[in-house]
Design a protein. Structure first.
Length: 505
């Protein structure tokens, strides 16, 4: 593993290992000391090769003199053809300022992953994904993240350019309000996993907000990969009809987690694996910042996407991610297994489920699926409380609406996320009212499995399904709507599903 600096000659750079999550620090790149004439630039180029098994992060330090007004970074790397079954090269990139690269520290200045080949930062502006601010003298670091490395290694080249001159004023950030007009206690629709051009998405906040309104959403949550840089760019998209919460998709090498509804300007670090035993620290960071911890697509098949941190720190779990696929079916089954365990253990709380689009670009559909939450108002706190309490269901689109309740012999009743307190042998009526689900089939799932399947709904998409049971027969019941797209034991894709209602004392 080597790196060399190129300017007026070639010089080897020393390497320094910096920690067990194994990061590696290259030798420092230096520029001329002292302020240069306004507009003058200096450029250095560093190249090297990372072998298979390279550390997760490789830091390239460079010395920034006084008088610099802009830093520009460009990079390229070899992308060779590889044999079938072998990994190709993929190299992410980001930036830390003179405050350093300490995990959870203050030095983060941006991350673009593999979405861009160049970026800049200065006091008044920055490339999307990066944070504007003063360019202070000291040791800065380019962070390289070798996501995958081809068998013959990953050859890269990084070009650093400093521009001298007077710095502009950094604009004060303006954030969206934490409240929209709302309808009091009501069902509100939202999509909490969305990507803009501030990470690897291709849509602006304005485009996303317009698509959210068209999808019938009442709230959304920003969740760009490993950066909070979009937070000041949502304010002018919020309105009485759309609550915009701020967050991040914390994208580690052992799974992704949506930080849902954090305080504006909150950055959550991602540079750790499950073996490092650091996830709890950053889950607490999310909650201290007013957010929810939501593991995303836990069974996704992309490299590094599978969730390996466990669910002890989670406030909810994303069971349905984008168009319904087999990995969502696995996530749904695993979540249901966890429900069974929780109702059989007095010490284990149950984990609510939600669904989001994870939309990045056309043709990804914002609001497919969407989580429909019973909240006391259209505020960040009320929506989060509804999600945390499991007072929600997931629908394929704004067309699908559900009303799901259980009632006891004396007229007592409970809704989604609630508990009907009745004797074990008391008769219980389960009732599901559906609109917007033509030719779908409703089924009721309990801790004993699927115990009831209704008739296919008419082409109007509306209907009511009822079933009678007892608490001793079903410790909980939840509803699923399935499309009529599969035969035999294989279920059709979901049109909607609910969080459970619990039965018994």
């Amino acid at each position: 593993m080597c790196a060399a600096e190129r300017d007026d000659g070639m010089a080897r750079s020393a390497l320094f290992v910096t920690g067990a999550a194994a990061a590696l620090t290259l030798g420092s790149v230096t520029f001329a000391s002292g302020a240069g004439a306004a507009g003058r630039t200096e450029t250095r180029t560093v190249s090297g090769t990372l072998p298979v098994g390279a550390p997760d992060f490789v830091y390239l330090p460079f010395e920034v003199p006084r008088g610099v007004r802009e830093i520009h970074v460009a990079y390229a790397y070899e992308r060779p053809s590889v044999p079938a079954g072998a990994a190709g090269n993929a190299l992410d990139i980001g930036l830390f300022d003179e405050r350093g690269t300490e995990l959870g520290g203050e030095g983060f200045r941006g991350w673009s992953g593999g979405a861009r080949t160049e970026f800049f930062v200065r006091a008044d502006d920055a490339t999307p994904g990066y944070v504007p601010g003063r360019i202070r003298p000291g040791t800065w670091h380019v962070a390289l993240g070798p996501y995958t490395v081809a068998p013959r290694g990953l050859s890269y080249e990084v070009t650093l350019t400093l521009t001298y001159g007077e710095q502009a004023t950094t604009p004060a950030p303006v954030y969206p309000p934490a409240r929209a007009k709302g309808r009091g206690r009501a069902w509100y629709r939202g999509d909490c996993h969305l990507h803009s051009w501030y990470s690897d998405g291709r849509r602006t906040p304005a485009e996303i907000a317009a698509l959210a309104r068209a999808a019938g959403l009442d709230f959304i949550n920003s969740s760009d990969h490993n950066t909070h840089s979009s937070h000041p760019h949502w304010a002018d998209q919020a309105g009485d009809d759309l609550l915009i919460m701020l967050g991040e998709e914390v994208t580690t090498r052992n799974g992704h987690v949506v930080a849902l509804g954090t305080d504006p300007g909150t950055f959550v670090d991602w540079r750790y694996r499950a073996r490092d035993n650091r996830f709890g620290r950053f889950a607490r960071r999310i909650r201290r910042a007013g957010g929810l911890v939501v593991p995303a697509h836990p069974h996704a098949t992309c490299i590094g996407c599978g969730w390996k941190f466990g669910f002890g720190e989670a406030d909810a779990v994303e069971v349905w991610n984008g168009p319904y696929t087999p990995d969502d079916e696995v996530a749904l089954a695993e979540w249901d297994n966890a429900l069974v365990s929780s109702v059989r253990s007095e010490s284990r709380a149950w984990l609510p489920a939600m669904g989001n689009s994870d939309a990045h670009r056309d043709p990804d559909a914002v609001g497919t699926p969407q989580t429909v939450v019973l909240a006391d108002d259209l505020t960040r706190e009320a929506v989060q409380e509804g999600i945390r309490a499991g007072r929600s269901y997931v629908a394929q689109s704004k067309s699908v609406a559900l009303a799901f309740t259980v009632s006891g012999p004396a007229g007592e009743h409970a809704g989604i996320g609630g508990r009907l307190k009745v004797a074990a042998d008391a008769p219980v009526t389960v009732r599901l009212e559906v609109t917007g689900a033509p030719r779908c089939t409703a089924r009721f799932v309990t801790d004993e499995g699927v115990l009831f399947t209704g008739d296919v709904l008419p082409v109007s998409g509306s209907g009511t399904v009822e079933w009678r049971t007892t608490a001793q027969y079903a410790a909980y019941v939840r509803a699923e709507l399935r499309h009529e797209t599969a035969a035999g034991p294989v279920p059709g894709a979901l049109a909607a599903f609910t969080n459970p209602i619990f039965l018994g004392a």
